[in-house]
Design a protein around this ligand. Structure first.
Ligand SMILES: Cc1cc2nc3c(=O)[nH]c(=O)nc-3n(C[C@H](O)[C@H](O)[C@H](O)COP(=O)(O)OP(=O)(O)OC[C@H]3O[C@@H](n4cnc5c(N)ncnc54)[C@H](O)[C@@H]3O)c2cc1C
Length: 451
């Protein structure tokens, strides 16, 4: 009888550059490709993410000649059951490196199921880049230098002539999750990821250093959802980059993702809790009506509202806009970053606990490398600088589409700024900036809380 192994697909929904999959195929004559839809995945994800995942699984199934098993249930039970029914001798997967994935691994271990693991979703596995004294980095720039010096392997090819086991009846439950009306998300899957990267290299990468800050144009790669689901590996991206300024900046952005994964790995509590504990002491407001207005994109600040509406409409938001809305929530509305991070996690199709929690904490001033708390983003100036024509604002805020010139950034100064139903400002930015600085002063004089 031929030898069979399970390959458990998790955040690596691809065939190319997948060393753990190659290891499974090397060890066994036939491989059972399995995705486990545990209840948490289905319940925690919002509709956008569910639809993206369903599309990604469909794409993966096509690359597997229609042989992907998708089974719902608790991980240990599903794996035990599949091993028994398909007579598999081993289970292979990549290392997860995020709290939820680690927890699933330890449940398996407790259940006595051994996993053969290889590789991760990072060029360098979190925890490997260390200072000379063996401790982890806390600041990005020296991490980046050490990460570059450490280096990484080149990508590996997709398996040649793999032998998949056909799923038994009832074992291929790829969900048919639909998007809410009016929502449009980008195409999922490995093929879409590779095509997107190819287009990015051809059309955008050379101008990336400047273009990446302009949300009204396609100035970034939009590969984050593909990286999040492992439809493409960062090694594949890094291998194609040269030394031009645009390529250099792009490599640095990929390194931010690696840095935050490393920080979370070394500080697992920071997925929900403060990296800099003294900010726990800060006086915050409860998330009431103002928080709802922020979520709905009706704060009366055009750049903030455009960004929040983009999130709900596309399940994605431009990086510049993420920083501005995060700053607005924490420093203008005085609401703790976790509320915003949770809202992001519900809608983002690229939701990633490391980049999200640390992106929020960086902006809130309580994270690594902290942008100092007193640096408060001005939502009007950010719009003027990075969306000078108001292209981005007008795309997502139709109530302002009739305005010309600078009026789109300050509708309150225009005679017909509010004639199409745009809401009035919920707070005065200048006053709230001072309020947030006053609250900072309070924790500066207070003793830091015990960790
Ligand atoms: C408050 C906040 C929350 C965020 N939440 C997430 C999240 O949940 N998931 C996520 O993938 N990114 C998150 N980011 C980082 C960043 O906004 C996105 O990675 C980026 O906008 C994705 O678009 P892109 O693929 O076009 O990026 P590009 O500009 O094309 O960059 C290429 C890749 O580099 C990585 N990258 C770029 N910028 C960053 C960054 N600042 N931090 C970490 N990685 C980066 C991403 O993997 C990205 O796909 C967050 C940033 C902030 C400020």
């Amino acid at each position: 009888m031929s030898k069979r192994a399970i390959f458990w697909f998790r955040r690596d929904l691809r065939l190319a550059d997948n060393p753990a999959l190659l290891a499974a195929l090397d060890e066994a004559d036939e491989v059972i490709p399995l995705f486990i839809m545990d209840d948490e995945i289905a319940e925690r994800a919002g509709e956008h993410r569910r639809a993206y995942l369903a599309a990604s699984l469909k794409a993966l199934n096509e690359s597997l000649d229609g042989d992907l098993l998708v089974i719902s249930g608790q991980v240990p039970e599903v794996i035990r059951d599949v091993m028994k029914r398909y007579k598999a001798e081993s289970v292979h997967s990549a290392f997860p490196y995020a709290p939820y994935g680690n927890q699933r691994d330890s449940e398996l271990k407790k259940a006595g199921i051994e996993l053969q693991q290889l590789g991760s979703g990072y060029a360098i596995a979190p925890g490997r880049v260390l200072k000379d004294d063996g401790t982890p980095y806390r600041v990005y720039t020296p991490f980046y230098r050490a990460w570059l010096a450490h280096g990484w392997r080149g990508p590996v090819a997709a398996p040649k002539n793999p032998s998949w086991v056909k799923p038994l009846k009832g074992d291929q439950n790829i969900p048919d999750w639909k998007l809410p009306a009016g929502v449009h998300i980008q195409e999922a899957g490995e093929r879409a990821a590779l095509e997107r990267f190819k287009t990015f290299l051809k059309k955008t990468a050379d101008d990336y250093a400047d273009a990446r800050n302009i949300p009204g144009i396609e100035g970034t790669s939009r590969l984050s959802p593909h990286l999040r689901w492992g439809e493409i590996h960062p090694r594949t991206l890094l291998a194609a980059l040269g030394q031009s300024p645009g390529h250099e900046v792009y490599r640095k952005e990929i390194a931010w993702r690696e840095f935050y994964a490393d920080v979370l790995h070394n500080n697992p509590h920071t997925s929900r809790d403060y990296y800099d504990a003294k900010f726990k002491k800060m006086r915050y407001d409860k998330p009431g009506k103002k928080f709802e207005t922020w979520c709905e994109g009706k704060t009366g600040y055009p750049f903030v509202d455009a960004a929040m509406r983009q999130l709900v409409k596309e399940g994605w938001m431009h990086n510049r806009a993420r920083m501005v809305v995060a700053s607005f929530l924490v420093k203008d509305l005085h609401i703790e970053w976790q509320h915003g991070a949770n809202f992001f996690m519900r809608y983002l199709i690229d939701n990633d606990v490391a980049s999200n929690s640390h992106g929020w904490q960086w902006t809130a001033g309580c994270g690594t490398d902290a942008s100092p708390y007193y640096r408060v983003f001005n939502p009007i100036e950010q719009g003027r600088r990075f969306d000078p024509e108001g292209t981005y604002i007008k795309k997502f805020v139709p109530e302002l589409a009739h305005l010309t010139g600078d009026d789109v950034h300050e509708p309150w100064d225009s005679a017909d700024g509010y004639s199409h139903g745009y809401p009035k400002r919920i707070v005065d930015h200048a006053a709230e900036r001072l309020e947030s600085l006053a609250r900072l002063q309070e924790i500066k004089v207070a003793k830091p809380p015990k960790p």
